[in-house]
Design a protein around this ligand. Structure first.
Ligand SMILES: [Zn+2]
Length: 202
């Protein structure tokens, strides 16, 4: 094989969920498609990493602002969204799983992970102090924890409840054990929607 082909296969196979066989098929297909389409792909990927940043307030993905400006996202900037309820998620991509349901008209807060003392991840490693700050600034009335169903996710939910309930904030958790990162199609959106409606007090 030409070394360029080997390099491309290796780069594609390094993507999540793509094995070597698929990587080879994709590489052969890209050669067949030719320069214009491959250049489009290459441009989109370059833009993806150059222009997508995280919101300075909530941590959701947003387009990079002009130089010198603080980047905020369309959710934080929207006058139509309620600041009374904050939905807490682990990752920026989880925002879309919740947003697709149309059930949440509040704001978001991305933690950047979950508490995991064994891995050295405590509150300070996550956006937990910032959550307390935002809840206070926004005078939020409810925090909905949509962390993934795991021991760490549960512990994180309880930590948030202990942190915010003394201040009179309602802390709830989405009802069933759904891993938001894997929930991006329509049927799953229905499940998340149900889970949001049937959320439980923490
Ligand atoms: Zn934001």
């Amino acid at each position: 094989m030409p070394p360029e082909l080997v390099a491309a296969i290796e780069a594609i196979a390094a993507l999540p969920g793509i094995g070597r066989r698929s990587a080879m098929r994709i590489a052969f297909e890209l050669i067949k498609q030719g320069a214009p389409r491959v250049n489009n792909l290459s441009r989109a990927l370059t833009q993806l990493v150059a222009a997508v940043e995280t919101c300075a307030r909530c941590g959701a993905y947003t387009s990079a602002p002009p130089a010198g400006e603080r980047q905020t996202c369309p959710y934080c900037d929207s006058a139509r969204r309620s600041s009374e309820s904050l939905c807490v998620v682990e990752n920026p991509s989880d925002v879309y799983a919740v947003e697709n349901t149309g059930e949440h008209n509040g704001l978001y807060h991305v933690l950047g992970g979950v508490l995991s003392p064994l891995d050295g991840i405590g509150p300070e490693e996550l956006q937990l102090p910032r959550l307390a700050e935002r809840v206070k600034t926004l005078a939020a009335k409810e925090v909905i924890v949509a962390a993934n169903p795991s021991v760490e996710g549960n512990a994180t939910g309880h930590y948030i409840a202990d942190m915010l309930k003394p201040a009179g904030v309602r802390v709830t958790r989405i009802a069933t054990g759904l891993a938001l990162g894997q929930m991006l199609d329509f049927a799953e959106t229905q499940a998340i929607s149900q889970s949001l409606k049937a959320r439980v007090e923490l």
